[in-house]
Design a protein around this ligand. Structure first.
Ligand SMILES: *[C@@H]1O[C@H](CO)[C@@H](O)[C@H](O)[C@H]1NC(C)=O
Ligand SMILES: *[C@@H]1O[C@H](CO)[C@@H](O)[C@H](O)[C@H]1NC(C)=O
Ligand SMILES: *[C@@H]1O[C@H](CO)[C@@H](O)[C@H](O)[C@H]1NC(C)=O
Length: 445
């Protein structure tokens, strides 16, 4: 084969690959989206690319960061594993479509004992994040991670995420990978949702709270998805309910992430996935973010910690660390978004707003995938007066999933620290968790 022929073959091959991978859009699996499939994530990094900020012509350099991450991709929970096996038993008997033949040989390959444990892909997500973070802020570390603090929730998937992140970070900062991390376990700042009595009362245990989520189950949009999936399976659409559709949707992403298989994916079109994503987003919105004021309020211990760490970093006398990483959950990150006023659409996510909110900013596939993260960074802008005295300015930037976001405090990408502090004063100076939550309840494991 001559060279030009080889080139053509490769071209056809790549075309085939492209079409194959494009057959299903990979980026819309709500909170079960792999980080690399989450749209707009910049997976390449440039040394020191986030070290600088500019405000009114002044050049500022990063002096401290506070980064909150959700753990990486994990196994499904055992309740879902059981439900999926039951759904499979039911489908095996009734499916008729030859395209759905895989159902007759399919096995549920996720052992219950592995439930919610970090998977290889999750480790890779965290390693990559650590590596890119180390690169993006290279000069801030001065070749060492000794003055960086690490916090984790007590859950194994968070501790494992922290360990993998640390390996990537040390690789980038020191040039050698270390695996000896001993993070500080702090559930008060990373699992507050599990012990907050008022949250339980107003939200978790409130039967009318998820009314929109419940109503959307029987919406015309969900009925259409049920009909589409039923057609592809060759069954009656009445035999599939919203819970079944969610399981199929989640097994599509879980098997892609963990087993590199996509059997279930072919039952869902892009449009179908968008509808199921919205259904799940309604729940995330009401249960974990803007559904009730107590949700943002109960995040105040970590918001308070982040901004007080900045306050200490402003004074060179008390500047003793370069920053901190916190490894938590979707239930940590989403309330922090709510406290910070991020991704707050002008309309609430209700059962009737699917069309109006197609371009909403509260899209969990983008803001709450596995390994989702928010980095808040403090920059110092040296300012020398003519008489030789100087009074430095400090500014803040925020990055969600490694992309700069507009900070609500000033509606810009770079805000003065004082403005940010004042904007979040309620969550900082007036943070009284006993008052917000009432008595502490036991963390149900
Ligand atoms: C329960 O949720 C509904 C709907 O969000 C809300 O109006 C109501 O105040 C909540 N109940 C309690 C006890 O907070
Ligand atoms: C979210 O947006 C709504 C409507 O624009 C507004 O009333 C509310 O104060 C916002 N909430 C937060 C926490 O910023
Ligand atoms: C959403 O954005 C897409 C692409 O930018 C656009 O075509 C569509 O009209 C928008 N829809 C709404 C409801 O704003």
């Amino acid at each position: 084969m001559d060279a030009s022929m080889t080139v053509i073959c490769y071209f056809v091959y790549f075309l085939f690959l492209f079409n194959f991978t494009d057959a299903f859009r990979k980026d819309i699996f709500s909170t079960k989206t792999a980080y690399k499939f989450s749209a707009d994530v910049q997976l390449s990094s440039v040394e020191n690319q986030f070290m600088k900020a500019e405000l009114n012509g002044k050049s500022c350099s990063a002096v401290n960061f506070q980064v909150l991450l959700r753990h990486g991709a994990r196994y499904p929970g055992y309740k879902d594993i059981r439900k999926m096996s039951q759904l499979h038993e039911m489908l095996k008997i009734i499916v008729k479509s030859p395209e759905a033949n895989f159902i007759h040989t399919w096995k549920n390959d996720f052992p219950e004992v592995m439930e919610k444990q970090l998977v290889d892909e999750g480790e890779e997500e965290q390693f990559g994040l650590g590596e890119r973070f180390g690169k993006n802020f290279k000069d801030l570390f001065h070749g060492s991670v000794d003055s960086v603090d690490f916090y984790s929730s007590s859950k194994e998937r968070c501790l494992d995420s922290a360990a993998a992140f640390y390996e990537g970070l040390t690789e980038a900062v020191i040039g050698e990978s270390f695996d000896n991390l001993k993070p500080i376990i702090d559930d008060d700042i990373l699992r507050f949702h599990a012990t907050c009595k008022n949250y339980f009362h107003h939200v978790e245990n409130n039967r009318s709270h998820l009314i929109h989520h419940k109503k959307f189950k029987t919406s015309s949009e969900m009925e259409t998805v049920a009909r589409n999936v039923a057609n592809r399976l060759g069954v009656e659409h009445a035999e599939l309910d919203a819970g079944d559709l969610k399981l199929i949707y989640f097994w599509c992403t879980f098997e892609m992430i963990i087993l590199n298989k996509d059997d279930w994916c072919y039952l869902l079109s892009d449009e179908d996935k968008e509808v199921i994503e919205y259904h799940n987003d309604i729940k995330q919105y009401w249960k974990k973010a803007y559904g009730h004021p107590v949700i943002g309020e109960m995040a105040c211990p970590i918001v308070n910690k982040i901004f007080n760490n900045f306050k200490s970093a402003i004074d060179p006398e008390t500047r003793d660390s370069v920053g901190a990483f916190y490894f938590g959950h979707c239930e940590t990150l989403a309330p922090v978004y709510a406290a910070l006023g991020l991704f707050n659409d002008s309309l609430p996510l209700t059962d009737t707003n699917f069309e109006l909110l197609r371009n909403r900013s509260f899209k969990s596939s983008k803001i709450l995938p596995f390994s989702a993260n928010i980095a808040t960074v403090l920059y110092e802008c040296p300012d020398y007066a003519e008489d030789g005295s100087h009074s430095d300015d400090f500014v803040v930037r925020m990055f969600v999933n490694e992309k700069p976001v507009v900070i609500p405090a000033c509606d810009e990408y770079v805000c003065r620290f004082d403005d940010v502090w004042n904007f979040y004063l309620n969550h900082i100076e007036s943070c009284n968790i006993e008052k917000v939550c009432g008595a502490k309840i036991r963390d149900e494991l």
